[in-house]
Design a protein around this ligand. Structure first.
Ligand code: NAI
Length: 339
């Protein structure tokens, strides 16, 4: 089989590898579609501290089960599946409290173990989630990015009364907009970014108001309108955003962080305690595949609004370069395998 392998930072090859045999408790997935995420590009460029090389990247992928390992029901052969990249031990403290996404021996497919930019992958059977027939392949491959939003909302518990502010209109900001509007009917969702084209995408995903904070002061604009956000989600992830969010937030607001910056954020306790703010963080997803599959089944979210490009995997380098360089036009870029 062919796999997209990062041999060393900045060295991507399409390599011939033996087709994996599923071990006990595993299934083999014949992959048809995969999505490119910023972290694939970070591993490619050598900017992901968790990555070990060589590595087959890709943690958003969809395909059909074509072999089952020992102990797995052979009736699953032929099943269309989206794969949860989070592999956890099931018995450490975080696993015991429902957070396998921060398992003490966390393994993420495509990061710590070979992932889905490949013609086949062997994965734990329980990570391969069956996709109902009425959900098209292109939407099924988008389950993983939407699980990030499901995890964020699982922490922050949005209500219809919320006034939400989302920093960043990249793929992560946009999945979050769709979840807040489509699933939780949040009455006002504001999105800020520095790129007008991305703000236009946020509008298409349901944002009520968008604002370019590269040109003007967000604080001044919110004060002028008398808006105090009750829920703030940082999907832009610059360390300076936390203090701004604390300043802008309504008393009793929730703030959710999604970033992995190693740079310090300077924050003032008084700003947090004075308003009794709750600050959450959200990493990957904790058992959110069935949640998002249900959202898709009920038509509450529309992945089509995020998919801007599709490439055959032979052109993966062009696809990643476009994804990195053209933030104006690009949102979700898909790779097709074996089509
Ligand atoms: P992206 O880079 O495509 O989008 C980020 C957007 O934020 C860009 O449109 C950029 O113009 C905008 N931005 C940057 N600084 C800003 C600022 N100060 N104010 C307003 N907008 C600003 O990235 P993507 O894929 O949407 O991911 C966003 C972040 O989420 C990344 O930092 C990524 O590492 C993180 N992430 C976290 C996950 C988690 O589970 N916690 C999962 C996936 C991504």
């Amino acid at each position: 089989m062919k796999s997209v392998v990062i041999q060393q930072p900045n060295q991507l090859v399409i390599e011939e590898r033996p087709r994996p045999e599923p071990g006990a408790g595993e299934v083999r997935v014949k992959i048809t579609l995969a999505g490119i995420c910023g972290s694939d590009s970070h591993i490619y460029r050598g900017h992901n501290p968790f990555a070990k090389y060589p590595r087959t990247i890709g943690h958003e992928f969809f395909g059909v089960i074509d072999a089952t390992g020992e102990g797995v029901d052979a009736a699953r052969l032929g099943q269309r599946v989206a794969v949860d990249p989070v592999i956890s031990c099931g018995h450490c403290y975080p696993c015991s409290v429902g957070k396998p996404n921060v398992c003490t021996s966390l393994v993420v497919l495509g990061v710590h173990r070979d992932g889905g930019f490949s013609e086949y992958a062997a994965v734990p059977a329980q990570n391969a989630w069956a996709i109902p027939d009425d959900i098209p392949d292109r939407h099924a491959v988008m389950v993983e990015p939407f699980t990030i939003a499901a995890n964020v909302t699982g922490q922050a518990k949005p209500t219809e009364q919320d006034v939400a502010l989302i920093y960043g209109a990249g793929p992560m900001g946009l999945v979050t907009v769709q979840a807040l509007k489509g699933v939780y009917q949040v009455k006002q969702v504001i999105v800020v970014d520095r790129i007008d084209e991305r703000l236009a995408m946020a509008r298409r995903s349901g944002a009520d108001w968008v604002f370019n904070n590269g040109e003007q002061s967000l604080q001044a604009a919110l004060e002028e309108k008398g808006i105090k956000p009750t829920l703030i989600i940082d999907a832009a992830c610059h360390p300076s955003i936390l203090q701004e969010a604390i300043t802008l937030a309504s008393p009793a607001a929730r703030i959710v962080l999604m970033g992995f910056s190693s740079e310090p954020s300077q924050i003032v306790q008084q700003g947090i305690t004075g308003k009794e703010l709750a600050i959450f963080s959200s990493r990957l997803n904790a058992n959110k595949f069935p949640v998002v599959i249900d959202w898709l089944k009920r038509g509450l979210i529309d992945p089509e609004k995020l998919i801007t490009h599709t490439f055959d995997y032979h052109h993966v380098t062009d696809a990643i370069e476009l994804f990195e360089k053209d933030q104006q036009q690009c949102c979700k870029v898909l790779l097709t395998f074996g089509q």
